[in-house]
Design a binder for this molecule. Structure first.
Ligand code: PEP
Ligand code: MG
Length: 538
């Protein structure tokens, strides 16, 4: 039995598949036998080719030949003398192991491509990295599995899953996942909750304790993983799983019930979404709307920025499906643990304190404006509200609003419609914003407290780091005071205050938040019904 951090509720029983750590750290070795090392490389290239051919065939069948073309170019890269040829030469001339020779070549290409202006060439950088990582995984002897070809009842075992890895998981096959690193509020955990896949993270060395094909139980309630349990344990967990599913079934009675606290206050219980289609799950779970649309997921898993038109369609879709319910759409929050393959950003010592979210958007206005125009245009199709992330000062909020006004003026002169009265609010997720909430409240239409970041910045405890997860505590008095200050400040100016961090769906936090007078709770769709029940009892 292994204990980790419960990241997504529910129970899963299935067979383990180890997902290779694609970002393996490279150890340099000097080698004597050049020929043998080149043969190792050739074998890894051949294995990579076999895998890619399979993936390409599957993609052709399921996605069409245009989508499959990328794998053809990956296969061609395997035979490219400038790439794999250069690796072999590197082994020969520097007498280093294949891993080191390959990673040097990848790095060289990444350096060259990343500095190029040309979109196409930058995409090639992502291809080289992807193919290179595949060969590296095969050199390590664990490249055969891929998230694309899975059996039913699979439990993914990984060092870590990136948010986009998680977003791609096929729910009909993957019943659970477990990882070495990560915390409850890392984005892969959040995605797992959205997908309703039970998950335990922060297990430290689970990839070393589980083998492919092992039977694994994931207990997403207690944060426990059991490896090759006996029949009696499996039977016990089957019962727990059935009871859990029954409780979920019973909570469904609350789907159409208005959420009113014991003292008679009506509060909204909304859902957090990452993709437009997630709105369905929110509505099916009785959500009063969307309290956080993390739009950065629209920018992931692709080769280029989504255009204004594409974004407009996505926002319009959500607005229409919500049928008048409020939809809070947060502008791009990239950086931190969320990266875009086609937007190379400088490596930073402290990405969570760095160039991210509104900071990046105010610096790269051309990117920001595309999104704001799309949002404004979609605002006539429903009850859209715009929210800026990572605001640390009034100046920053006003600067973001200025860009929004610029977009409004442009649209007016182009004769394009938008909702002139749309609400514009901000996330309170930096302690400075909570402390200055009284000033900010005069200028915003609403606040939404982002406890995921607020806690990590207040307590100086990385939300992704399982080693300090014991410090990461929403009940810390400093965090509670900042939350209360923010709610009070909003109310003093007659504004509403919501919360879209994970604490809003935390069963132990809800009674406190009700007492503080929080107006809106936004959370993973699967937590909505339970939260409604608790709010009504408080
Ligand atoms: C937060 O920080 O609480 C939040 C909701 O934003 P994210 O988790 O996307 O950083
Ligand atoms: Mg945040």
């Amino acid at each position: 039995m292994k204990k980790g951090i419960a990241a997504s509720k529910g129970y899963a029983i299935g067979q383990a598949i180890i997902k290779e750590n694609r970002e393996v750290s490279i150890v340099e070795r000097r080698i004597e036998n050049v020929q043998a090392e080149k043969e190792r490389l050739d074998k890894a290239i051949n294995n990579s080719r076999n895998q890619l051919v399979k993936i390409k065939e599957k993609a052709e069948k399921e996605l069409g030949s245009d989508k499959a073309a990328v794998f053809e170019s990956h296969i061609m890269l395997l035979d490219d003398p400038e790439f794999t040829g250069a690796v072999a030469m590197n082994i020969e001339s520097n007498k280093v192991n294949a891993e080191k020779a390959l990673s040097d070549v990848i790095e060289m290409y990444m350096g060259i491509f990343a500095s190029m202006e040309d979109e196409y060439m930058r995409e090639r950088a992502a291809d080289v990295k992807d193919v290179g990582n595949r060969i590296l995984a095969n050199l390590a002897g664990n490249g055969a599995d891929d998230l694309e070809n899975l059996n039913e009842n699979t439990i993914i075992v990984a060092h870590d899953l990136t948010p986009s890895d998680t977003a791609q998981l096929d729910r009909s096959k993957v019943v659970g996942f477990i990882t070495n690193i990560g915390g409850r509020t890392s984005h892969s955990a959040i995605m797992a909750r959205t997908l309703e896949i039970p998950a335990v993270v922060g297990l430290k060395d689970i990839t070393e304790n589980v083998k492919n094909g092992d039977t694994v139980i994931v207990d997403g309630e207690e944060g426990i993983v059991l490896i090759n349990p006996d029949e009696a344990t499996i039977a016990k967990y089957k019962e727990k799983k059935a009871a859990y599913e029954k409780e979920r079934e019973e909570l469904k009675k609350l789907i159409n019930v208005k959420t009113v606290t014991k003292s008679g206050k009506h509060v909204e219980v909304a859902g957090n979404i990452g993709k437009p289609e997630d709105i369905h799950q929110v509505l099916e779970n009785g959500g009063d709307g969307v309290g956080l649309f993390r739009t950065e997921f629209l920018y992931m898993d692709r080769d280029e920025m989504p255009s204004e038109e594409e974004q407009f369609e996505a926002y319009k879709y959500v607005a229409e499906k919500a049928e008048g319910r409020p939809i809070v759409i947060r502008t791009l929050d990239i950086g931190g643990d969320k990266k875009l393959p086609y937007l190379p950003l400088p490596e930073e010592m402290n990405p969570f304190l760095g160039y991210r979210a509104i900071r990046l958007c105010l610096d790269r206005k051309e990117i920001f404006k595309i999104q704001l125009r799309a949002l404004l245009r979609a605002s006539v199709f429903g009850n859209i509200k715009i929210m800026f992330p990572m605001i640390s000062s009034l100046e920053e909020f006003l600067a973001a609003k200025d860009v929004l006004k610029e977009c409004m003026n442009e649209l007016r002169s182009e004769g394009k419609d938008f909702n002139e009265n749309l609400e514009v609010g901000m996330m309170v997720e930096i302690p400075a914003a909570a402390v200055c909430a009284d000033e900010l409240a005069k200028h915003v239409d609403f606040f939404s407290i982002g406890t995921n970041d607020l806690i990590q910045y207040t307590l100086a405890a990385d939300r992704m780091n399982e080693k300090v997860s014991y410090l990461y505590n929403p009940h810390h008095p400093a965090v509670l005071r900042l939350i209360k200050m923010t709610i009070d400040a909003a109310h003093k100016e007659g504004k509403w205050c919501g919360m879209c961090g994970e604490a809003a769906g935390d069963e132990s936090m809800i009674p406190i938040l009700v007492e503080y007078g929080l107006d809106e709770f936004s959370m993973s769709a699967t937590s909505i019904l339970k939260a409604k029940q608790i709010i009504m009892n408080n």
